[in-house]
Design a protein around this ligand. Structure first.
Ligand code: ZN
Length: 271
């Protein structure tokens, strides 16, 4: 085999593709293929992916509810993309499975705003019931009766029920925070509900705690874990070993609650 003279672009390629250990430099443009929807076999399982050609210098993988997306430099041939896919097969299959689990749980937790739909409250399941004769929003056994005209729309039902859930969240947090504050020997300077889409809770350096009202739909031990987590930040404003040992003092079974929340959505961290 004839040794090629190294040049500047070879050097750049070596540096920019450290993960996949490409042996050769850029092939001629004719070998490259356009992007689009593609199919590969990973450990004998068919996996669809969307290939995007870009100006980036490395092959990138992203997995979310839309599936697997691959971004590759224009000059990398399909053969090398396929090789990179095979090298990452375990990771890709694991992530795809995780996303399917998340989607199933999200679907389970998402509220359909209509008469007869299930609504979760502290791990229990109530049935939304539009009842023109109800008083406001009232729990009646495993029904949640909502005073609305029979032809009320989804938005009206959502407004009423979310306001009710927020009140329940405030009640539950007001009961649970003092329990953990007592165990810790420290209380938040103040606390408030949040409706953040991306966080279950947060704690500022001056001790202000915010808790997502949507937590009230989860089982109580999940609410307790998030409260314990945020209150532990009153002692340790980081996620180091001393922080986790504080969480463990407040809520010994935190591993299970963490895993539960991770399964629910790994893009919604506990702050
Ligand atoms: Zn945290």
């Amino acid at each position: 085999m004839k040794k090629r003279k190294p040049n500047a672009s070879d050097a750049a390629l070596q540096l920019s593709l450290p993960l996949f250990d490409f042996e050769r430099a850029a092939p001629p443009p004719a070998v490259t293929a356009p992007g689009g929807a593609r199919l590969t076999l990973l450990h004998a399982q068919p996996v669809h992916y969307e290939l995007t050609r870009s100006r980036r210098r490395t092959i990138g993988f992203a997995i979310d509810d839309r599936g697997l997306r691959v971004t590759a430099p224009r000059w990398v041939p399909l053969l090398e993309i396929e090789r990179a896919l095979q090298q990452k097969a375990d990771w890709i299959l694991r992530k795809l499975l995780e996303w399917r689990t998340h989607s199933a749980r999200r679907e389970q937790m998402a509220v359909r705003w209509q008469d007869g739909a299930p609504l979760r409250l502290l791990g229990e399941t109530l049935t939304l019931t539009i009842d023109p004769h109800a008083r406001g929003v009232a729990r009646d056994g495993d029904r949640l009766r909502v005073a609305l005209p029979p032809n009320a729309g989804a938005a009206q039902l959502q407004d009423r029920v979310q306001a009710w859930l927020q009140e329940r969240a405030r009640e539950v947090f007001a009961q649970r925070i003092p329990l953990f504050a007592q165990r810790l020997g420290r209380a938040p300077s103040r606390w408030a509900l949040s409706s953040a889409r991306t966080r279950w809770g947060s704690c500022t350096p001056d001790g202000a705690v915010r808790l997502n009202w949507r937590l009230v739909q989860f089982p109580l031990e999940i609410v307790d874990y998030v409260i314990a987590h945020e209150l532990a930040h009153l002692r340790e404003l980081n996620h180091g070993p001393r922080f986790w040992s504080t969480v463990g003092e407040l809520f010994p079974d935190y591993d299970r609650a963490r895993a539960w929340l991770r399964d629910f959505a790994d893009d919604t961290p506990v702050g």
